[in-house]
Ligand binder design. Sequence first.
Ligand SMILES: C[S@@+](CC[C@H](N)C(=O)[O-])C[C@H]1O[C@@H](n2cnc3c(N)ncnc32)[C@H](O)[C@@H]1O
Length: 318
Amino acid sequence: MGWHTIEVETQTEAVDAVSNILMEAGAEGVQIEDAADVDNFEPNDATVFVDWDKVKHRENGALVIGFFPVGLHLPEKTLEITNKVQKLNDFGLDAMPGTVSSNIVLDQDWETEWQKYYHPVRVTRQLTIVPKWEKYIPKDVMEKLIILNPGLAFGTGTHPTTKLMLQALEMIVRGNEKVLDIGTGSGVLSIAAKQLGVGEVLATDIDEVAVRSAQTNLDLNPVAKDVVVIASDLLKDVPKREKYDLIVANMLTEVLLPLIPNVEEYLRPGSKFLLSGIYFDKIKVIQEQLINANFIIDEIMQIGDWYGVIAHLKITGE
Ligand SMILES: C[S@@+](CC[C@H](N)C(=O)[O-])C[C@H]1O[C@@H](n2cnc3c(N)ncnc32)[C@H](O)[C@@H]1O
């Protein structure tokens, strides 16, 4: 069996959005070649030096490749994707040139290409992401594993926006918190939260494919077996009377902005709200929206051009 690939030439800041477009269009996986990976590259072993002149890598921009099963109507799919990529500019994302092209590859090529990119990565002091096909033994008692089938949905753990969330979780989780994970993608943050000792977790995503992928990944992690995952557009299908100690949301600013004013009724005073997916030119507007919605900002975190925020709902007298 072969695969159709649809490739989008774009920019680093639009990689997540383009990946989502490809997944929503029915891609069974995406592969990303991003020039920024060279800057963000952190070897597992600090003594490793990579001579980038000798390693094949992109010099600029990014290429996102979606893998589709053969049988789809390629010209129609390509047009649908082109239209959606062009609309990203309206959201203030530089997705250009946004050139979309298609190809066919052999199954075997895809399998080996795919797996070559994913290896166990210790993303924070305590958390290591392990692709499901790797046998990995924790290096010390502190190390906790997140087993993932990467490529099913956004959230392989190595993207700066996910890393910021994992770091923030590690900083603030004390144990037994009730957690809401909005836009769960691969389920990575729910699994991490459980590994760090939280109590109940409800995970949501607008995308049915992501909901199924999250469930597959949750099933790979016994610690996360009681996480409930549902399809929901933001808070629409989250039970109204529920209160959470912690809400996490790693999504584009355009999605976070309408969410922020509505989370208060799901939190208690002092409950934490972690946000990520914020590109550098959007951090101000997110801060303003949080302050208007009764939040105190505890910490602003940054990796490269991406920002994350740790906030809490005002306590009376604050
Ligand atoms: C950037 S990914 C984050 C995935 C994962 N939580 C992480 O941190 O790596 C954003 C996710 O939000 C989901 N999403 C986008 N708009 C949404 C909405 N209106 N309601 C719920 N989920 C949404 C997308 O389908 C995607 O899975």
